[in-house]
Design a protein around this ligand. Structure first.
Ligand code: HEC
Ligand code: HEC
Length: 318
């Protein structure tokens, strides 16, 4: 869509850094170099047609998009203490074609997995002979709002649990069934189905529960720490440069409100942790495992950064 942005593909990520530090996870150094902006890889401006296209998206967004009669909040005032004034969903930065896929459940390719999740909801499994439905009944009532408040503090685990971890705790502890693998079709289907019950609801974590605050702090530290050969922090791309282009991709604020998300590139629904691993890998850093404390901490902080945006699960992105 924007030819000018494509030109930067010839200036690959390697041009960005001298690569003298393989890994830099030292938070203090981040502050020292905070003002350094992304060099070569970002095109600061995108002339003519591109700017017009961005303006158009902004104007359209004035009336809130709706899915199946449910209003989707894609712009919201940032929560107190947030570095930006306004937060925006990744939806805003996608092309009209991609947005339209998400706005109609019949064309949203994520819905195949939602159907799988719905089937699994009422399928008994494990030694207790129970299904999710045996205990939770109608998901549209019992699961409403659940996704909007994840990750949530668990007294039993002594840490916040993501939706995936909560579902697996029910499977292993209450059903006598095996845990699902993080990126399995079953887990993606179930998280999409459960997530859908919160569609349109604003993200809001309970950060006062348990020790949520220190997980939030840890997540924040990770967010601002430069990693990898390219020495880039999440903030370099998603806070300093959202709205700009990186290679041919229109950078968003890296919000988590749409997950699990159908990515056209993956041709599949994928979890937030899969996406985060990809972003970290792009900085040429060692990444963390799905479900690791680091990614749970990042997810906690990210969810707070998206406070007030609607749950869009399953969102569609490129
Ligand atoms: C034997 C009963 C039982 C079964 C079967 C069961 N759960 Fe649960 N589940 C619970 C209980 C009890 C809780 C904790 C209730 C609470 O804290 O409100 C819970 C909590 C949850 C939560 C967190 C709700 C919240 O408000 O944060 C989710 C999500 C969940 N279960 C999903 C599932 C799914 C998906 C399945 C099937 C794979 C399942 N559960 C099977 C009993 C069960
Ligand atoms: C080199 C730049 C870069 C860095 C560094 C980076 N990302 Fe990304 N990220 C992208 C691009 C490009 C996309 C796809 C376009 C978009 O949504 O911004 C993306 C997408 C995302 C998305 C999906 C947004 C959506 O709406 O579906 C999330 C979440 C995200 N990033 C979080 C992070 C986090 C957390 C970090 C730090 C661990 C990080 N990113 C580091 C470039 C980066």
């Amino acid at each position: 869509m924007c030819r000018a942005a494509r030109r930067s593909e010839t200036g690959p990520l390697t041009a960005a850094r001298d690569g003298k530090n393989m890994t830099n996870r030292d938070g203090s150094r981040w502050r020292d170099s905070h003002m350094r902006k992304l060099p070569g890889i970002i095109l600061a401006g995108c002339a003519g047609a591109c700017l017009a296209a961005i303006g158009q998206v902004a104007a359209e967004d004035a009336d809130m998009p709706e899915i199946d009669g449910v209003k989707i909040i894609t712009r919201a005032p940032a929560p107190e203490g947030h570095p930006l004034d306004e937060i925006t969903s990744g939806f805003v930065y996608r092309t009209e074609e991609t947005q339209e896929l998400e706005l109609d459940d019949f064309t949203n390719p994520g819905f195949l997995m939602v159907e799988l999740g719905q089937d699994l909801w009422s399928t008994p499994e494990g030694s207790a002979g129970k299904s999710c439905e045996s205990c939770h009944g109608d998901a549209s009532e019992s699961m409403k709002g659940v996704r909007a408040a994840m990750p949530k503090w668990s007294e039993a685990a002594g840490k916040p649990l993501t939706l995936e971890q909560t579902i697996n705790a029910c499977r292993t502890d209450r059903m006598g069934a095996d845990a699902w693998k993080w990126e399995s079709d079953q887990m993606l289907g179930m998280t999409a189905f459960v997530g859908l019950q919160s569609r349109g609801m604003p993200v809001k974590l309970d950060l006062a529960a348990g020790d949520m605050q220190s997980w939030w702090e840890h997540g924040k530290e990770l967010y601002y720490t430069r990693t990898g050969q390219l020495e880039l922090a999440c903030a370099n791309c998603h806070e300093d440069n959202y709205g700009n282009y990186i290679r041919a991709d229109h950078l968003s604020q890296g919000q988590s409100n749409g997950f699990p998300t159908y990515r056209l590139k993956w041709q599949k629904l994928g979890s937030l942790h899969r996406r985060l691993k990809g972003c970290i890998k792009d900085t040429r850093a060692e990444t963390y495992d799905v479900g690791s404390d680091e990614l749970v901490a990042l997810e906690t902080y990210l969810a707070w950064r998206g406070t007030g945006l609607s749950v869009e699960t399953p969102a569609v992105r490129n």
